[in-house]
Design a protein around this ligand. Structure first.
Ligand code: SF4
Length: 555
């Protein structure tokens, strides 16, 4: 086990990337997210920067002299964009795609973070090569400006101070607060994981957040339903070979998840590749049960330590569980109430169910323990599933009607559809938990009784109604199911056939692409994105930026 002393020593000898100092000068929280929590996103600006470098390499072959350097003495390492010799002096160059800063007289200046970066490269060159550097230069390509930055004593001190600050921050367990300069966030590549606007809203309920979280994730979710399919890698692409079908090739950047149903094969090379490319890999049994996910998390240990600390506190768990039970039951009740709109004749079962749920819901905030909360939740679920059959249209085939919830195994077609839907949802929530980097095995409400991870079981409660119950009820009432071809009956057990599963996957994935306006943040996201947002908002509950989790309630 590492002692604090060991950590201090290793922090002293471990060098810091110059680009990390750039992040530090831009925003200490950005440095922390990247360097300590190891979070990176590849947004358009980062890609554009890389393209610029590639183009420059092509155009300026003769003067290009890219150099990787390390100085243990200084504690820095980095890649200098370009080195040129002018009048006998070696000068490091940094290329920036964007515009320069303008002072109050509209004169071009370097941005502070860019200035620190070029000074750090200059110090690194001096230390690593033992040469004297007098200045560094930054070219801003958007307005074709070249800025000269002198390396003097003040510049050297600036670099030393930044290295010291970075070392201290690297050992801290606390994520720094969001920057006060909101304009920096709009251009920050990590805004979708930092969620600065949501942090501001958590501290100021009058704050009107703008959406810095992408509305949708356009990457494909590939379901492999046919047994005997082989998934492999070819170059930078995923290769899928289904029996008696032409080989399919998908560029990795277009793939978000691979879902292997039944007995398909995936090669080790493909698994490694999926890990590198942040492609989720999930396994579903032939009967439609969620089996597990390939855990491709890297780093993020600080996040999990904070999660352990927070969820070891029974009061925190109870508070979060109360929010969850209210969120789910309110959604269920609102769904039942939708069916009453515009109707004059309502069944007793439905009206009573709605009224009794309201009464039980009032008691939930008073639950003093997880056990008493489980009691309330059980009552609410019984009332909901008791009233739910009333939402089935009169002209639906009798085979698709049901009388209450049953599972493991489902005994009617309606419950077979619900069961498969909840398995799909569990898979998607797991994908979001792994993307965010939390520990799925540690929840705040569900206990580890089955193989399903407790945190995923907690979080699916928020999405059961909008993503599964409504989808199943809607598709049944629209007559989308064939009672024979879409189901398999074995004794008293009912499953979806392969055709039925394929149909469900299509309806479900389509639903996930629909947008929903978040009732608290006020912006719209697809359900697919909302799942990830909700996991991130949960994490904020123990980061001093809480209050937004569990507010997604069906209207
Ligand atoms: S989004 Fe804003 S607060 Fe968050 S890391 Fe980026 S600049 Fe800092």
């Amino acid at each position: 086990m590492q002692t604090l002393e060991h950590l201090e020593i290793s922090a002293k000898i471990e060098t810091i990337r110059v680009s990390a100092l750039h992040a530090l000068a831009y925003c200490p929280r950005l440095f922390y997210l990247e360097e300590v929590e190891e979070l990176y996103t590849q947004d358009a600006a980062v890609f554009a920067g890389r393209r610029l470098h590639t183009e420059l390499e092509k155009q300026e072959d003769e003067e290009w002299d890219e150099l990787f350097l390390t100085s243990e003495e200084l504690g820095l390492r980095g890649r200098v964009d370009a080195l040129r010799t002018r009048d006998g002096q070696t000068i490091p160059y940094e290329h920036k795609r964007g515009r320069c800063h303008r002072d109050k007289n509209k004169q071009p200046q370097a941005w502070e973070s860019d200035k620190l970066q070029i000074l750090a490269y200059a110090c690194l060159l001096e230390s690593a090569l033992g040469i004297s550097i007098k200045e560094g230069r930054i070219r801003y390509h958007a307005d074709n400006v070249l800025i000269h930055i002198a390396l003097d004593d003040a510049g050297r001190e600036l670099v030393r101070d930044a290295i010291q600050k970075a070392r201290i921050l690297r050992q801290s367990m606390h994520r720094p607060p969001v920057t006060e300069n909101e304009r920096l966030c709009a251009r920050c590549s990590l805004a979708p994981v930092c969620l600065p606007e949501e942090a501001r809203l958590a501290h100021d309920c009058e704050w009107q957040p703008i959406r810095l979280f992408p509305e949708d994730d356009n990457r494909q979710i590939i379901h492999i339903l046919e047994p005997g399919t082989a998934v492999g890698r070819t170059g930078e692409q995923i290769k899928i070979t289904r029996r008696n079908q032409p080989v399919e090739i998908f560029p990795a950047r277009n793939v978000g998840q691979l879902v292997l149903h039944s007995f398909s094969q995936i090669s080790t090379q493909a698994l490694h590749f999926c890990t590198d490319q942040n492609i989720g890999v999930h396994f579903i049994s032939g009967g439609g049960r969620y089996i597990g996910s390939f855990d491709n998390r890297q780093g993020s240990i600080q996040r999990r330590i904070r999660q352990y600390a927070a969820l070891s506190n029974t009061d925190t768990c109870l508070e979060l569980a109360r929010k969850l039970v209210v969120c789910r039951a309110q959604g269920q009740r609102k769904f039942l109430m939708r069916a009453t709109r515009g109707k004059t004749q309502l069944s007793d079962r439905l009206t009573k169910g709605i009224a009794q749920m309201k009464a039980v819901l009032k008691q939930v905030p008073q639950a003093k323990s997880l056990d008493s909360l489980l009691g309330f939740e059980g009552n609410l679920a019984a009332l909901y599933f008791g009233a739910l059959p009333e939402l089935i249209a009169a002209d639906v085939a009798n085979e698709l009607k049901f009388d209450g919830r049953n599972k493991r195994p489902p005994k009617d077609r309606f419950n077979a559809l619900l069961g498969f839907g909840y398995a799909m949802l569990l898979k998607d929530i797991m994908n979001s938990i792994l993307t965010v980097g939390l520990e799925p095995a540690l929840g705040f409400y569900h206990q580890p009784r089955t193989q399903a991870p407790p945190l995923a079981l907690d979080l699916i409660e928020i999405f059961r109604v909008p993503l599964v119950d409504m989808v199943v009820m809607g598709s049944i009432n629209r007559g989308q199911w064939d009672v024979k071809a879409d189901f398999e009956i074995r004794g008293k057990q009912v499953w979806l056939s392969e055709v039925g599963r394929r149909k469900f996957v299509e309806i479900y994935e389509k639903r996930k692409q629909e947008s929903w306006k978040h009732p608290v943040t006020g912006y719209s996201l697809t359900y697919r994105r909302l799942m990830e947002l909700e996991v991130r908002l949960l994490e904020k509950e123990w980061m001093g930026e809480g209050g937004l989790f569990g507010q997604l309630i069906v209207r």
